[in-house]
Each structure stands twice: as C-alpha cells, then as structure tokens.
Design a binder for this molecule. Structure first.
Ligand SMILES: *[C@@H]1O[C@H](CO)[C@@H](O)[C@H](O)[C@H]1NC(C)=O
Ligand SMILES: *[C@@H]1O[C@H](CO)[C@@H](O)[C@H](O)[C@H]1NC(C)=O
Length: 347
C-alpha cells in the first residue's frame, strides 16, 4: 500500500519534471553547455580585479555584438578566443546588445561563469532612421551598425579594442592581433584587399560627382577594401576626431542619393580606406559563409590561418543543423556550445 502510493507519486514527479523540461526548452530554445575555466600561463601579468582589467592597457579588450539570432556563433567565438590565448584571464569582453539584455547576460554568465565582461545596450533608434529603407535586409539590422558607436558605448578608459564579428573563430592568440602597431595616425587596423575592385562598392553617381569622389584623393595610401568584421580600433583617436559623426553624415547622404551598394561597410570605407594600418591576411580568412548568390562552399585563401570568418550568407551552425555542411564547417563544430537534445543529460 505504502510502496504503491510512493511509486505513484514518483511517477507523477517525473511527469512534472518532464513537463517543466519541455516548457523550459520551448520558451528558451537555445541552451548552452558550461565552458571550462581557462587559466593564465605563468608568464602572464596578473590582473585579478574586474575593475582594473576593464581599463587596463595590458589586458586585451575585445568588443562584440550579441543578439538572440547569432548567439550560438558568439558563444563559439568567445570560446575560441579563450582557448587559444596564453593569458585568457587577461581578456575583457565588451558585449553590445540592442534588446533582451537580461536574457543575454544570463546566457553568457551561465555558459562562461568566469568571463570578465560588460554588457552595453545600444539604442538602435540611433541608426534605424539612418538606414536607407531601399537596402534594408537581414544584413541591415541596426546592431550591425553598433561597431560605429563603440567609442561612445565603451568606458572612456578603454583606449584600444579588438572588434570581432559573431561568425568567426580564432585559432591563434588574440594578443598578437591586439598588439598590431597603429603608428602615429591610424585609427583602425585590418587586413586589406587591394586586389578587390574598390570602384564597385560605390555607385556611378558617387564616382561622377567630384565633390564626392575627391573624398579619396588625399589618403596616405591607396584606398583598398577591408572587411569590418575584424578590426583593431584606437578608440581615443576615434573619439578625438568624432568619426562617428562622419559615418552618420555619409549615411544621411545615402538616404538622399544612392552613393553605395551594401549596408554598413561602405561608410567605413569612405571614412577610413587609405588611412588604416595593415594586418596580415591570416587574421581574417573571410568568405567562408559561401557564395551569396548560389550558396557554394568557399575554400581558404592561400597562406597561414589565425582566424576563420564565415562572412557571407551561409553560417556553419545552420549548415551543420541541416546536415549539409561545407567541408570547412568541420573546423567550427568543435567550438559549438549548444546543448543538443541528445547531449542534455550528459553533464
Ligand atoms: C529578443 O528575444 C525575442 C524572443 O526570443 C526574439 O524574437 C527577438 O528577435 C530578440 N531580439 C534580439 C534583438 O535579439
Ligand atoms: C570595377 O568595377 C567597376 C564598376 O562595377 C567596373 O566598371 C570596372 O570595369 C571594374 N574593374 C575591373 C578591373 O574589373
């Protein structure tokens, strides 16, 4: 009699647990595994306090955006940064979101309990009025433009930051990238692609209007294309010359007359091309998202690899989920922290 009742209650409890589990799964579909703690090598300088790390010039300051759509990518990127760093405890993350801040904060804290980070909220009404509606697309979500506002969003004490997109992984020590020399003038450093057809990013109207095309006339070096997904940014120089206002002015102009084709990239080219410091191409092996039109897989560019970037339409997590991965997506998979239904009870 007693045993029977006990067993009955046990079954009821189990049912309750299953119902709760299903409810939790459906309200928050992305659950992540907890990442291990990563430790500094003995030669690293020791910075314990969050407050001192956040502003330290000895620390590596990393900036990324965070949203619910790309969070799986962001998690993999953060893990890859920590895993390949000699001094992972000296890295501080500056994360920018536009909404769902408490959900995103909890997700980051649960997955990386030891991560030193700040979460900033970017008011996307800053830019939604500046994005010309004719070209608005998935690529033009306002958070894409948050990188232009990093100097205002981050504390004044942060003077230099490495900006990273969410669809990439590092396989080398981020400290090497962070230490890129910027010389006496450069505000940005990024890999440059001088073989890309620079003309094609801007409209014939732009090139045929001298007051516009002369923008590139007096640059220190030949203006070349660069990808804005991986940049070292000198925030204090940026603040001093208020480049955010300059970027906004180009976006205002784009709303009135079409001067460029893509969304958030050309304003960066307009302000910085021909004025940036170079970074070795190994730090942005871009385009792995594949061909934008036909979805074809892309191969690595020749040369060494420190960072793999799935820029382009396809994302490795989506292709892996649909069982149609590109060969290089296998390099992203080990950094995936998503808790799959099958791995839920493992830990
Ligand atoms: C916020 O969360 C909701 C529900 O998960 C989602 O629909 C929305 O796209 C999220 N917004 C951002 C900017 O991530
Ligand atoms: C570069 O692009 C422009 C405009 O799209 C085109 O007219 C020009 O022929 C291209 N140049 C080369 C070398 O492909």
């Amino acid at each position: 009699m007693r045993r029977g009742r006990g067993r009955g209650r046990g079954r009821a409890d189990m049912l309750f647990v299953i119902v709760l589990f299903v409810a939790a799964k459906s309200s928050s579909p992305q659950e992540f595994k907890e990442a291990p703690e990563f430790y500094n090598a003995p030669e690293c300088s020791w910075m314990k306090e969050k407050e001192s790390l956040e502003c330290s010039e000895e620390a590596v300051q990393v900036a990324m955006t965070l949203d619910t759509a790309y969070i799986r990518g962001s998690m993999a990127a953060i893990l890859s940064v920590l895993q390949h760093s000699s001094c992972p405890q000296n890295i501080f993350f500056h994360l920018v979101c536009s909404s769902n801040a408490s959900l995103l904060r909890a997700t980051i804290s649960n997955t990386f309990p030891y991560l030193k980070f700040n979460l900033y909220t970017f008011d996307d009404s800053h830019v939604s009025g500046l994005i010309s509606t004719s070209i608005r697309s998935a690529l033009d979500c306002p958070l894409n433009y948050a990188r232009s506002y990093l100097p205002n969003l981050l504390p004044m004490c942060v003077r230099r930051v490495v900006y990273l997109d969410s669809d990439l992984i590092l396989v080398d020590d981020i400290a090497k990238l962070a230490q890129t020399p910027l010389g006496d003038h450069a505000v940005l450093a990024a890999p440059q692609y001088c073989n890309a057809n620079f003309t094609s990013y801007f409209t014939p109207t732009f090139w045929s209007t001298p007051s516009l095309s002369l923008t590139f006339a007096h640059r220190r070096t030949t203006p070349c294309y660069f990808n804005t997904g991986v940049m070292v940014i000198h925030l204090s120089r940026w603040r001093r010359r208020d480049y955010t206002a300059e970027i906004e002015a180009w976006m205002e102009l784009q709303k009135r007359i079409r001067i460029y084709h893509l969304g958030s990239l050309p304003p960066f080219l307009l302000v910085f091309a021909g004025r940036i410091a170079s970074v070795d191409h190994r730090w942005n092996q871009h385009g792995l998202g594949g061909d934008n039109f036909r979805g074809l897989c892309r191969d690595l560019h020749p040369g060494p690899v420190s960072l793999l970037h799935w820029s382009g339409k396809g994302k490795p997590w989506a292709r892996l989920d649909s069982n149609r991965p590109c060969p290089l997506d296998a390099l992203w998979a080990p950094y995936d922290l998503l808790q799959t239904p099958f791995s839920t009870f493992d830990s």
